[in-house]
Design a protein around this ligand. Structure first.
Ligand code: ARG
Length: 571
């Protein structure tokens, strides 16, 4: 692919001058100022300075070695030592042509495919999923798609919370206070009610507390009745999670809950103790860290009552993943409040298994806020249920679609509203910097203008409508592309950057790069469409412009699908 080739050639040229240089940071990126060029590399400056060379001189030497005649005009040194690359129109035309023929869509699968495990969604049994979980689900699923699109092998694993002390309370509640009718209507809500009820009772009734402990111990010892109830709680919860996943069109390769690792927990703690990593402290087992960040934050791996915890389970999980799949990277998608946990986990795992070579990556995100800037809740202050949220998204999108296209049959409008509403919810979540808190706003996410799902989905329908007007025998592959109009050229160059953007998305786990790219693509396309007649054009020009529309539509659709959005042909 073009930009990666540029980068490869540049790195080669640098190595020929400086055989020991670390060139992994010598990157080629879109030029921020199109007047100067299409792509730019600015990392040579730092490299030259570190080696006490004059950056501009060094840049000139690199140009003397670089072999990019096939793609580029003369490479120029600019400012303090940037390299600017301008693509040859011939090369752009050839690339468009091969894309028209279906050879690629401006991206190529990695020549060195990696295996990546992505842990996302991971809700807790017997608790309803809420808006916080939607971020993990949407983000994780998108990352999986982006990695796969670039040829990597991905294993997605839903690490549901199906074990832990909460089951003592739940079991007691289930046995003493279960409302079967409520359970059949909304199982998670009923289990949540039981949990809260017992939790409150524990605070002021030591008898209840005792019973709760007793039920938990019985479960841990494999008591038949308790195991059955526990299994039922998991089944009911998973059923409800699955309803949401199917509405979100999200799936997983594996759903290995925390309980899957129970048998291994004691062994993990023993190994940590034997190797001197974990030490005894007031009956518990804890681990101290040397690193500055964690010096004040020891991690517990076994409580004083002998029970393992979240960290122990995660250690066992990581070991299982390493042994089963040999991934080069494990990605955890959770909210930012778990940063300390994952710092501890990663450091601890590396001490326990010093040979491992996995990149351990906590991809965290900020909170969802209401328009008042406070945590997003319902009017009466309750946690918002995902199910209700999805209903509302579809209903509101239905109003938008109805206002726009009252002529479409109601059934079809409902289906369009589903695609637009769920898409809007996802897109709003993905299009911001994930680490910033994000303010939830129906009006913004459903707006037909701006960087929103409805805007992009609508842009896609406009492209589709062009092709509905064509005769079936219209030729869609031109002999070549002239790109003589500025708008054509700008659109074409942007199309060529699709693969690069995807690389950036997986490198930093930031789908918002792709959102921005698609928003810009729609903008370039709109300018092109405004100044370059397509259907009214004739001959070769018409064929070339139709092909540009077609390629734009394909990139837009693939990009939206990578973000987990469905598309619609009408809106
Ligand atoms: N169940 C946890 C929660 O809801 C998230 C689990 C994330 N994954 C992990 N391997 N720790 O907070």
């Amino acid at each position: 692919m073009i930009q990666l080739n540029l980068q490869e050639q540049l790195q080669k040229a640098v190595l020929s001058l400086m055989p020991d240089a670390d060139v992994s940071k010598i990157l080629v990126r879109p030029c921020p100022e199109p007047n100067f060029g299409d792509y730019q590399a600015n990392a040579l400056i730092g490299l030259a300075k570190r080696n006490k060379l004059d950056p501009r001189e060094f840049a000139k030497q690199v140009i003397g070695k670089i072999d990019v005649d096939k793609f580029c005009e003369i490479v120029e040194v600019a400012g303090p030592g940037f390299l600017n690359f301008r693509l040859k129109t011939q090369f752009i035309s050839d690339t468009l042509l091969s894309a028209c023929k279906g050879d690629h869509l401006f991206l190529s699968a990695s020549e060195k495919p990696r295996t990546i495990v992505i842990d996302y969604s991971s809700p807790n049994v017997a608790k309803p999923m809420h808006v916080g979980h939607i971020r993990s689900t949407i983000l994780g699923y998108t990352l999986a798609k982006a990695f796969r699109l670039l040829g990597h092998k991905v294993i997605t694993d839903n690490h549901i919370g199906d074990w832990g002390t909460q089951f003592g309370k739940l079991l007691f509640g289930w046995k003493e206070h279960l409302d079967k009718n409520a359970l059949s209507i909304d199982a998670l809500a009923e289990m949540e009610r039981l949990y809260k009820l017992v939790n409150a009772a524990c605070d002021n009734d030591s008898k209840v507390l005792e019973r709760v402990r007793y039920e938990l111990v019985k479960l841990q010892d494999g008591d038949k009745e308790n195991l059955l109830i526990w299994k039922e709680m998991i089944d009911l919860s998973r059923h409800q999670f699955d309803e949401i996943y199917s509405r979100l069109r999200v799936d997983f390769d594996e759903t290995l809950g925390e309980s899957f690792y129970n048998d291994r927990l004691k062994g993990v703690v023993d190994e940590l103790s034997e190797s001197g990593i974990a030490e005894e402290s007031e009956g518990a087992k804890i681990v101290h860290f040397d690193s500055k960040a964690l010096r004040k934050h020891p991690a517990m791996v076994q409580k004083s009552d002998g029970a393992a915890n979240y960290t122990t389970t995660d250690l066992a999980t990581m070991e299982y993943r390493e042994n089963s799949w040999q991934p080069s990277e494990v990605i955890y998608v959770t909210d930012g409040r778990q940063q300390l946990h994952f710092q501890q986990l990663f450091e601890l795992y590396t001490r326990w298994q010093p040979e491992h070579e996995m990149k351990l990556n906590h991809v965290w995100f900020g909170a969802i806020l209401g328009e008042d800037g406070k945590p997003f809740k319902t009017r009466s202050g309750e946690i918002i249920r995902l199910n209700h949220l999805l209903n509302e998204a579809e209903q509101r999108a239905f109003e938008v679609v109805t206002e726009k296209s009252p002529g479409i049959e109601e059934d079809e409008r409902r289906e369009i509203a589903r695609v637009v509403g769920i898409g809007a919810l996802k897109y709003a979540d993905l299009s911001g910097n994930r680490q910033s808190d994000y303010v939830f706003s129906w009006d913004k996410m459903l707006s037909l203008v701006g960087n929103t799902a409805p805007y992009l989905l609508y842009a896609y329908t406009r492209i589709c409508s062009i092709f509905r007007k064509l005769d079936s025998d219209t030729i869609l592959i031109p002999k070549s592309f002239d790109l003589s109009d500025l708008e054509e050229l700008a659109l074409a160059k942007h199309l060529l950057r699709f693969g690069l953007v995807l690389e950036q998305v997986i490198e930093e786990c930031r789908p918002n790069f792709l959102c921005n790219y698609l928003f810009e693509l729609a903008g370039y396309y709109a300018s092109f469409y405004e100044s370059c007649p397509v259907l009214q054009a004739e001959g070769d020009v018409r064929t070339q412009r139709l092909a540009l529309c077609d390629l734009t539509g394909k990139v837009l659709k693939t990009g939206l699908e990578t973000l987990g959005l469905e598309t619609t042909e009408r809106m």
